[in-house]
Ligand binder design. Sequence first.
Ligand code: ADP
Ligand code: MG
Length: 652
Amino acid sequence: MSEQAQTFEFQAETQQLLNLMIHSLYTNKEIFLRELVSNASDALDRLRFEALTRPELIGDDELEIRLEPDADARTLTIHDNGIGMNRDEVIANIGTIAKSGTRELMEKVRAGESEAQLAELIGQFGVGFYSSFMVADRVVLVTRRAGESGATRWESSGDGRYDLAEASRDSHGTSITLHLKAADGEDGIDDFTQEWPLRQVVKRYSDFVTYPVRLKVEREKPKLDDEGNPVEGGDTESVVEDLTLNSMKPIWTRSESEVEGDELKEFYRHISHDWNDPMQPIWLKAEGRFEYQALLFIPGSAPYDLYYMAFKAGLQLYVRRVLIMEHCEDLLPRYLRFLKGVVEASDLPLNVSRELLQQNRQMAAIRKGLVRKVLDTLRKMKQDEGERYLEFWGEFGRALKEGVGEEQDYRDRVIELLLFESSHGEELTSLADYVGRMGEDQNEIYYLTGESREAVAASPHLEAFRDKEIEVLYLVDPVDELMVQSLHEYEGKALKSVGKGTVDLTAEEDKEAKKKEMEELEESFSPLLEALQKSLDETVKQVRLSGRLTTSPACLVGAEHDYSPQLEKLLQKGKGGGAKQRRILELNPEHDIVRSLLDRHQADAEDGAVGDYAELLLGYATLAEGSELTNPVRFNSLVVELLSRGLAAEGG
Ligand code: ADP
Ligand code: MG
């Protein structure tokens, strides 16, 4: 290939982002250094990891990040001797937006957020490499991939294009030279060629970085004589000192009380690439047979893709200071995938494969320890900080519900963390609170699934429960349906759907009388029920009298093990249709309509209107539970017919 530079166009989104950086009003422009140091640290992590199997990649080099300011040229160069990039990687990583967060930010741009709001966003989020353009009008990157000999030079002024050329570099790693804009205090551009701003910024944002961030400084020092005493006459000489600007102490090894909130937030940002502050840190230091330390975070909000299969879960796994896995999924069960953080174990082999990890006994012990700690943290939050727990629940409750079916060791503790909507009031309730409110002769925990609180609360299935003031849980989240399939009971009380099976709320002492009454009713109703069943046979598998209605004439219910209508709808979508379950139609024997229907049928078993009314009742019950009519046209024409008949009767 020729030495000549080749020019490329930025992806449109990338250029948009660059423009944003270039013209940003955001005054905290120093964060560019945080981003570049963070990238350098990532590159060193990757090198160290590759070197586990190819030690020759590192050789005797000490891994470091070096800042090299040049006040005369007004440049600042950030060097690292990390993994570096080859030409293709430069094109893929630096010319393209891959980061999901950046994409979200760009969506906000398109959605027309104001410039001032954007400035805020940039400050909160940090947008990686491109933030260099907040302080520089030209950026030059020279990089060489470890294990390869050639180097690549990338250069851009952020004007839609970048140039690529071959270059040379003594050793692997990356150097990024920023041609700095003029320092401008008002615009938040400090003089980043000076020692103090650099020291401050590194300390503020990057103190925990595990590699030294170094800076050479010149000092005027008193000249010393051979014995080490200042020479007479107070002569000075200039001495170059190599300073390490960060303390490098891994934050998770420090004690919780000694780490400040801001440090913790920066660390979280570094490992999670999340823009917002975390909701809660979770510290864990385990001693004994297996020693490990962990610092986990509950993020401030759920990422948009948390419930997609492709969601990238996993904690960073360190073994004796070396990051050996960026996303180790085996450290937590899937339902806790929303947690971010770091685990460091001392006794794992360094070059362990994923397969071996999965079988490793220590891994299993760590996982169990982490789960216990996380669930315990949540329990305390729920107990002591109700408001915050509600916030947590709003973001991650859905994931936690998956734990009911998934958690092996601490299932009971997961169940204690669940919250539900309920007929008791607007506030969410736990199962323990529900049980605490149960009446003496109530033996079951009642629930009803549906699409929303409103839909469920209006359901006719609840009438008798409301009448008797029996609380019903409203399960209105699509995953609830699956959850109750693995949650059969709580404290010895079975969970029972009020939309399935039969319901009998008669008090113990009235049971005998009620039974007798029902038998009589059933006897007189039986010819009608049979006739209705026949005419509705296609959609209804049984027509029977109801114990759960007080004001409505009819409702639809499922058999004990049927799917709920919502789940059925979901399943049908997946299969592209398919056979529908037949339901059970329950009639309220006390209701006028039902009584009149009985009279008509008794007077004339062949009365054709009975079939029409049966269809109308079925349509009514379908709508009442929030389902869709199978044949709305037919239902409509029946209603019209009925209306005109009714009006004619009144008029005549
Ligand atoms: P992020 O760090 O979130 O991936 P950035 O915009 O900061 O996003 O960086 C984009 C990509 O460029 C990085 O993922 C990495 O692949 C590459 N990169 C940036 N800086 C370096 C570096 N110093 N050494 C090696 N690769 C780098
Ligand atoms: Mg980055």
